[in-house]
Design a protein around this ligand. Structure first.
Ligand SMILES: *Cc1c(COP(=O)(O)O)cnc(C)c1O
Length: 433
């Protein structure tokens, strides 16, 4: 299997090269040169996720040096449960796919752990430098996944005063090979610095820079696997129609992963991409035209994206993106959904997952009742306690993993939003290591 750029024009690369490079040269994103199709009779519900994932992902690793390690990589990455929960009671057609039982309490843990497990086998003698800009959950998951590894150090840039207190804590609490860097600027400034660093051939080569944002296919492959796994599980619960899926979407990595799983033969029915007030995807769905917009700030901040970077991949799927709807929820609807579902059923959504629950509510009655619907519950509500607690009128308990983060010491560095400052910091990190 080879991988090609969404924008064409560059020679195909192996999976290992695609993971190491992150983005394709020329700014495109890597896609498999063909979509592998599985005989669905080879897959069934009830298998442990790590084994299922290795089998589901095997075609992508075909012919790559990482192929021999695929089982081990999956065993390392998939170590926590992914329950499918009847959040609103067994009579409702809604199931929450809880993706937040990993060490940093969001689905980003899957991608980060899988990618770093791949880097362990790709790095060779000298460590890679994983450079990431973050406004939410990615930085914490990457820092956690990188901690203590010899194959990689992580440098994570985040915007000053724009992340929540818990988010800042989980960016700044990892070991020596993880540097949390507070940038005196906004998220766009952080992202611009990362892009400038990758575009500087000397800097990029001397630090062996690589990306852990969702442009990197290695972040998305484990998501393809758990989406397919959940589809078989949900299909087994209700043997009539294939389950529908509702995905809270920002950069569209998650949505793309689900559509790829469906294109590969997973029993996924209709798909709803659920967004916050950032309306780029809704406009695309209604008009057929894709027009990026500036992002607007919402309660679901990990989805505050006006130009989803993985849109190119969804577009490249062609027919694979058929039967996709978009549903948009404003902050008011997020608040209402969290409060009302807690009152009626005792279940607590995070602000992102609440948008998926709201999208399910808005389905027409027959569409809602004719099949099971799987809503991706993307983060643990405790991570957004300052939003959720006043709505439900009680304190939230952290998971044990999140409680452990709250007890760790933190450290950060500060820089101005200039490439020269980042270059100096990278050099200093190397000397320290
Ligand atoms: C990253 C994130 C999303 C959005 O996922 P995309 O793959 O960027 O669409 C939604 N919810 C949470 C909690 C996230 O961390």
């Amino acid at each position: 299997m080879m991988f090609v750029s969404t924008r064409g024009g560059t020679p195909p690369v192996t999976l290992s090269q695609a993971l190491r490079l992150g983005a394709a040269p020329g700014g495109g994103l890597f896609m498999p040169s063909e979509i592998p199709r599985h005989e669905s009779t080879r897959f069934a519900a009830g298998r442990p996720l790590a084994q299922f994932a290795a089998d589901w992902l095997r075609p992508f690793f075909d012919g790559d040096p990482l192929a021999a390690d695929l089982d081990a990589i999956c065993a390392e990455a998939f170590t926590f449960p992914v329950p499918l929960v009847a959040a609103l009671g067994g009579d409702s057609s809604l199931r929450a796919l809880e993706l937040f039982h990993g060490p940093t309490g969001a689905f980003k843990d899957f991608g980060a752990r899988f990618l770093l497990a791949c880097f362990d086998r790709l790095a060779g003698d000298e460590p890679l430098t994983v450079l990431a800009a973050t406004s939410g959950d990615t930085g914490g998951a990457v820092g956690c996944a990188a901690e203590g590894r010899r194959s990689a150090r992580a440098v994570i840039l985040y915007p000053k005063d724009r992340v929540s207190p818990f988010q800042e804590r989980q960016l700044t609490c990892w070991g020596d090979n993880v540097a949390a860097v507070e940038v005196d600027g906004d998220f766009d400034a952080c992202q611009a610095m990362v892009k400038a660093a990758f575009a500087d051939p000397r800097l990029s080569a001397s630090h062996r820079l690589t990306s852990a944002n969702s442009i990197n296919l290695g972040r998305l492959l484990p998501q393809v696997a758990y989406c397919a796994h959940a589809a078989f599980e949900a299909a087994a619960l209700n043997t009539g129609n294939r389950p529908g899926f509702i995905i809270p979407s920002g950069n569209l990595g998650h949505g793309f992963a689900l559509l790829l799983a469906r294109a590969m033969g997973a029993p996924v029915g209709p798909v709803v991409l659920a967004t916050n007030a950032n309306r780029t995807l809704l406009d695309w769905c209604q008009t057929g035209r894709y027009q990026p917009r500036p992002s607007v700030a919402t309660l679901a901040n990990a989805m505050d994206v006006g130009n989803p970077s993985n849109f190119e991949r969804v577009a490249a799927l062609g027919d694979g993106a058929a039967e996709v709807a978009v549903e948009l929820a404003h902050d008011e609807a997020i608040r209402h959904r969290i409060a009302a579902d807690y009152r009626d059923s005792g279940y607590v959504w995070c602000p992102h997952s609440a948008i998926a629950a709201e999208a399910w509510r808005r389905l027409a009655g027959p569409a809602r009742d004719e099949r099971l619907w799987v809503a991706a519950a993307t983060a643990h509500p405790f991570k957004f306690a300052e939003i959720v607690e006043p709505l439900i009128g009680r304190a939230l308990e952290p998971s044990s993993a999140l409680a452990a983060i709250a007890g760790r010491p933190t450290a950060r560095q500060r820089i101005a939003p200039h490439l020269a400052d980042l270059a100096a910091l990278l050099e200093q990190q190397r000397v320290a290591a």
